[in-house]
Ligand binder design. Sequence first.
Ligand code: SER
Length: 876
Amino acid sequence: MKSQDVRKQFLDFFQSKGHLIVPSAPIVLKDDPTLMFNNSGMAQFKEYFLGNGTPKSPRIADTQKCLRVSGKHNDLEEVGIDTYHHTMFEMLGNWSFGDYFKKEAINWAWELLTEVYKIDKDILYVTVFEGSEEENVPFDQEAYDIWKTLISEDRILLGNKKDNFWEMGDQGPCGPCSEIHVDIRSAEEKALVPGKDLVNNDHPHVVEIWNNVFMEFNRKADGSLEKLPAQHVDTGMGFERLCMVLQNVQSNYDTDVFTPIIREIESITKTKYHIKATNEAEDKVNIAIRVIADHVRAVAFAIADGQLPSNTGAGYVIRRILRRAIRYGFTFLDTKEPFIYKLVETLSTQMGGSFPEIKSQKELCANVIREEENSFLRTLDQGLVLLENIITTSTDKVISGKKAFELYDTYGFPIDLTALILSEKGLKLDEAGFESELQKQKERSRAASKVKAGDWQILIDDEDEEFIGYDRTEAMVKITRYRKVESAKDGEIYQIVFNMTPFYPEGGGQVGDKGYFEASNGDVIYIIDTKKENNVIIHFAKELPNNLTETFKAFVDVSTRKSSASNHSATHLMHQALRSILGTHVEQKGSLVSPKHLRFDFSHFSKVTDEELQQVEDFVNARIQEQLPLIERRSVPFEQAVQEGAMALFGEKYGDHVRAIKFGDSMELCGGIHVNNTADIWYFKIVSEGAVASGIRRIEAITSGAVKEYFASQAEKLKEINAVLKNAQDPIKAVVSLQDENAKLKKQLEALLKDKAKNMKGDLAKELQEINGVQFLAKQVDLSPEGAKDLVYELGNLGTNLFLLLATAEGGKPMLTCYISKELVADKKLNAGQVVRELGKYIQGGGGGQPFFATAGGKNADGIPEALAKAIDYVK
Ligand code: SER
């Protein structure tokens, strides 16, 4: 059965059982501070389990793109080493939200596996929660009894809290689960060890395929459990593992989910993937190919959903995954040029049917990946040189863990590569030292990112926490719930929820509203930010009012809100301008709208020229002058809005009904705050344009008050420049003439310095010391590095057996220049390259050159005297 059919039969089956089929949510999560990526099918439904919203249907099924590379569920280091873990995988799932429970879930799972997919019952095992005294949760008798009607009792195994109690995070909905495992070993292997001994034991051919979670509890901040008001079912089946079973192969990578990519890797890298590796070399190639085949999927899908590789947060996780793939290719497939980006084409052909985003964005994905490959391959090259340096300067056979950590932390050089290179040279890495540095760093970042969230204190059980901020900026509100959150970053913060709120929560790029609310006694509590979490609008405050239960008057800070609105509407107009001036390949890739400015990232493959930028500015300013009124429709059916030409973004989750914002011909789906008329924007000014990644440009711009300030400060600067130029009649001409004069003076100075070096020659020649038959000189001179070079050559011509070391510190930058006469190089094996490399450490630098002439630059000019003092050791 082809993987596409496996997917389809799952969805058809649950549709026939009354489930609504929904598309996969984006892989990158936007409004959940506890998760970076979708790590399970249920993540997009969390709000329903928490009771913060009502699902479209009490029964839903889908296939969800998942990424388990951070947080509570992290499989990254296993991936590729074994044949059944992945970074990105598809999770087939069916859900009941307060509807059916264990009986239906278990019976349907069994029916699908054994009657639709026709999996032999004799290769299946199931597990049931054995109960936990500590948690005060009993053995799951109900699930056991249901299974008993379907499968022989010796195939029902009991599992502990680790395997059979599912939790999505440290807090939140959770419950006992029942897993289904397959045993796909050969008959001989089965005869030797019974399958039930291998369940949950990391055997590649006895693996879990489906988890049925029965959500009954909520885990509170203090670790205790409380019963949820309604019972839910959350199931997740590993699509790739299911394909392995149905396609009768022994590894996920031998299914048609992976084979096209693997064939492509083989052909590009001229290597071979062995279904059964017979020696260590083959195994290493296999692992590398699996790592790359897996990782390219995770990275490409994340990019298609809007997450570019970067140095922080989710972007950093993506960068690390890609770097792991590059590094495996580099070491085990000998790939020294970018190639992973080429796999995107195959991936899009293969997955584009079910996931159109990968098809329409393949060019962007490939570009970004290629650029990352280029830059990391350069890092690897640099790292190799640095490591070589560490090796040559070390007198020990064991290389310090601290140095290896520096290489890893500062340069991103993989530690396993360091260990490998060292062992090839018969050296050892001080692993304990490295581990301890790593732990120290982890501690530091853990302490910095530690967040302690208290339980919600419910004052009013009101689910209707309505947003009224499109129409109003003030309202009478009541607190429905609040909690205290402590973090190293923000200290103690209260999160407050109102029964209704005029405060706009951060979203769609626009920052959250600030403001305050006032108690009847006149006390004022400031709201420093507003955000949405699992569909609830949360207000952040440093303190709570004394009386929590009264009615408050809440005020949004109107002036910052107005500036944000102006920047947001200008963003829409600029988006339209970019698409009409640069072309419709322009797609939004990131947006920040704050009261101060707007920042917009978009796909475009070359620099936006000054002329184009001017056109964009003119376009937007023309729309401002046309005084276009805002046409806002709060609830348009999604399909209709798209048909009318509204832009929908990849990686965004839209409901069935959407809000459409229109100014003239610009129409976007958007939940943000906008001006009532484009005239309110006053003026639009681009302040910068640049690259964020390959194929992604960034424009920053300002509007309204900020433009006025900008022009005023430009005028002020011009005035100051004029004053400095003594109010020259033509300031530009004055600057040009200064530049010309400067160039002329520079030339004269160079000539003078050359003369000075010549004069110095005579003086220095007198300072030569004879040591062991060598004419030795080590001295700091007041010259440029160029001058020092000329000087040593000049001195070198004076005689034989010379060892000269000059130090310079022009502009505070230390530099060593070493010259050694040919005879000394030949007879005494002295080497100027080695001398500057070794002495270079005193000035915190390095360098090299040839045996008779070499230079080293550094960072610490204070080290010059010591470097010069040590030079004598070479001739002694
Ligand atoms: N949430 C469960 C899991 O991820 C079942 O979907 O395994």
